[in-house]
Write a protein that binds this ligand. Structure first.
Ligand code: ADP
Length: 266
């Protein structure tokens, strides 16, 4: 088989990116896009040049979480320009290309692959310290094409997001196996919705008790890093809805502290 000529184009763009980070989750709704966007915000707060690429083609939520609904991308001679939230935080999502946000994207694998290829070759990110890639849940066509084109190497890796429930953890094991099979470095696991801190009394309750030991036990078993445990906190949801950084808006919140810690570890 001839190698895909797009590989060279992807390589040319990605040579300018120091760290490519895939954000994965086994299930939807566990907070993967929240982790991608809050991590991107925090890395940008630290002064890094950051790109956030949303390849969740069927459910792009990044434009909303970055406060960029209704923005459009512009095409120039050197490709698509990302939409900038800050000078050092650019965003690209299929959401920017859809006329109506409520339209369903009903595409089969090859068309999705085509778009991912285009995202990886045609977006003019410039020099980046971090490119955070928000992927759809599971391990499907999008993940396979992404890894094939990106060829993650040293300095790159995957963050797997889960909740403490066994139903989510069991799917994380599949994500870990995907990383092993595709030789993608596992940066670690983020346990999201890990306990609830009551805004009134500040007491912590386990809404989803980690019956089987949660992500901590799984990380121990697999000898991988637990990057952080983000509680279920209404402030996180409000920041996501408004497209704001939790660390900037509520620096004293537990979630902000955890995001600061995660950003230092990647
Ligand atoms: P996924 O990308 O895995 O489908 P999302 O990031 O879209 O999940 O999160 C699902 C919903 O849960 C969103 O409304 C988000 O704001 C909310 N959410 C995520 N993490 C938290 C958290 N730690 N505390 C409160 N709400 C959260």
């Amino acid at each position: 088989n001839e190698p895909d000529p797009a590989l060279k184009d992807v390589e040319r763009r990605m040579k300018l990116v120091k760290h490519k980070i895939l954000v994965l989750s086994g299930k939807g709704g566990v907070g993967k896009s929240t982790v991608s966007s809050q991590l991107a915000f925090q890395l940008a707060n630290l002064g890094y040049e950051v790109g956030l690429l949303d390849i969740d083609i069927c459910g792009p939520s990044i434009p909303r979480m970055l406060g960029l609904l209704d923005h459009e991308v512009h095409n120039s001679a050197d490709g698509w320009s990302p939409v900038y939230v800050e000078d050092n935080l650019g965003v690209m999502s299929i959401g920017f290309l859809l006329g109506n946000q409520d339209d369903a994207v009903v595409w089969r694998g090859p068309r999705k692959n085509g778009l991912i290829k285009q995202f990886l070759t045609d977006v003019n990110w410039g020099d980046l310290d971090y490119l955070i890639i928000d992927t759809p849940p599971g391990t499907s066509d999008e993940h396979i094409s992404c890894v094939q084109y990106l060829q993650p190497g040293e300095g790159d890796g995957a963050i797997v997001v889960t909740t403490p429930q066994e139903v989510s953890l069991q799917d994380v094991r599949k994500e870990l196996s995907f990383c092993q099979k595709t030789k993608t470095n596992i940066l670690g696991v983020v346990e999201n919705m890990s306990g609830f801190i009551c805004p009134g009394c500040k007491c912590e309750s386990q809404i989803f008790p980690p019956v089987t030991g949660g992500a901590a036990k799984m990380c121990q078993d697999y000898k991988i890093d637990l990057l952080g445990q983000v509680p279920l906190e209404p402030k996180v949801l409000i920041c996501s809805e408004k497209g704001k950084s939790i660390v900037k808006e509520h620096p004293d919140s537990v979630a902000a502290k955890v995001y600061q810690h995660i950003a230092e570890k990647v």
